[in-house]
Design a protein around this ligand. Structure first.
Ligand SMILES: *Cc1c(COP(=O)(O)O)cnc(C)c1O
Length: 374
């Protein structure tokens, strides 16, 4: 096999075909000078709400801020608890901590990396206010199951859809099934800004209105400040860029889906464990994660071959130094912890080619079949 380099993600490949349109959008904003809450922000919000099938969308400056503002808008704070899976990016529990509430961790589903559905009810206490399921890696969680639990206990469900722009669960988009959801437009997400950005979606007008005030210095009108004055606005420049990119998202996600299917087929019958997903879902493969033995050696081998790779995430949230005061010990979440040393994210991006998938899979398989022993 001829040698090539395969990057982990390739934003240049994404931007090159749309560069003129993006530059035109940026130039328009520069010419108008409407940098703060210019018309493009509301236009993007309308487009994104329609895309998700929700009534409202409100742009914010990053995904974590979206989660914080949602919790705040719902009045979640000190004395409250929110149930979160341990195997997520730290932003999910960090938002809970930021508003003064307590994240209560549960393990993950061993097949799909979603929240451990069968552990949610045991984690509910009289203080529990919400569940924040994460559609991790772009694989939709079983939302019917989560909503049924939430409805039984009168809890809110705030979807962390930061890795799942455009994913489907039973024909509904990720982010449209809970009470509200937050998305991130971090550049490497399936839909990325030219820097930090985010958006929240909901069908609840009161919540959307509250977030519009919260993101803008707690200000329903200029120089009148009614609630906690944060600044979490989405820049007009980002909205303008995102407006160009959003119409491409379904096509990009479809290409990710084809590449994931190719990887899955190439890993069939090997000892490389691929992520499972519910048949009634269409994941968007923000990350393509496998589990391998000898991960450390595998990574060194892939690095040597010029194949991008990463770990999402090397330390589960409950074992992060920041969360030490919560008192979780090693062994608290056996599935998450067992996977911690095995998960490996392989190259995945919207313009990845079949040839690149074959090259990566060939090397992963070669190494898995003949692990290097010390
Ligand atoms: C990216 C991400 C976020 C938020 O990201 P920002 O960098 O704040 O935009 C939150 N949760 C998950 C699971 C993420 O992957």
């Amino acid at each position: 096999m001829s040698s090539m380099k395969v990057p982990f993600v390739d934003l240049q490949a994404q931007h090159q075909p749309i560069m003129n349109e993006v530059m035109q959008a940026i130039q328009n904003v520069m010419t108008k000078g409407n940098f703060i809450l210019g018309g493009e922000v509301a236009e993007l919000e309308a487009m994104f709400a329609e895309y998700c099938g929700t009534k409202y969308a409100v742009g914010v400056d990053n995904g974590l801020a979206g989660e914080i503002l949602l919790l705040e808008a719902y009045g979640i704070g000190p004395g409250d608890e929110v149930i979160v899976q341990a195997n997520t990016f730290v932003a999910t529990p960090a938002a809970v901590s930021f508003v003064g509430a307590k994240p209560v961790f549960v393990d993950c589903d061993p097949e799909t990396y979603a929240i451990a559905y069968d552990q949610i009810e045991a984690a509910i206490t009289p203080r529990t206010k919400a569940i924040m399921p994460v559609h991790l890696y772009g694989i939709p969680s079983d939302m019917d199951r989560i909503m049924a639990i939430a409805n039984r206990h009168n809890l809110l469900v705030i979807e962390d859809a930061c890795q799942a722009h455009g994913a489907f669960y039973k024909g509904k988009r990720a982010g449209s099934m809970g009470h509200a959801a937050a998305f991130s437009f971090y550049p490497a997400k399936n839909l990325g800004a030219a820097g930090d950005g985010g958006i929240i979606v909901t069908n609840d007008q009161a919540i959307a209105d509250k977030i519009k005030v919260l993101r803008n210095c707690g200000s329903p009108q200029k120089y009148l400040h009614t609630v906690s004055p944060h600044n979490h606005r989405l820049d007009t420049l980002h909205a303008a860029v995102l407006k160009v990119k959003l119409p491409h998202l379904d096509g990009w996600n479809a290409n990710r889906g084809l590449r994931a299917a190719e990887y899955n087929k190439l890993f069939e019958g090997t000892n490389i464990v691929t992520a499972k997903y519910l048949p009634e879902t269409t994941p968007v493969w923000h990350l393509y994660v496998v589990r391998v033995e000898n991960r450390k050696e595998m990574q060194a081998y892939l690095n040597e071959k010029g194949i991008g790779n990463a770990i999402h995430y090397p330390i589960p949230c409950h074992l992060q130094p920041y969360y030490e005061p919560l008192g979780y010990k090693k062994g608290a979440f056996p599935v998450t912890e067992a996977y911690m040393d095995k998960i490996l994210s392989l190259p995945m991006f919207e313009h990845m080619t079949t040839e690149q998938v074959e090259y990566v899979a060939e090397h992963v398989k070669k190494f898995a079949a003949e692990p290097v022993t010390a």
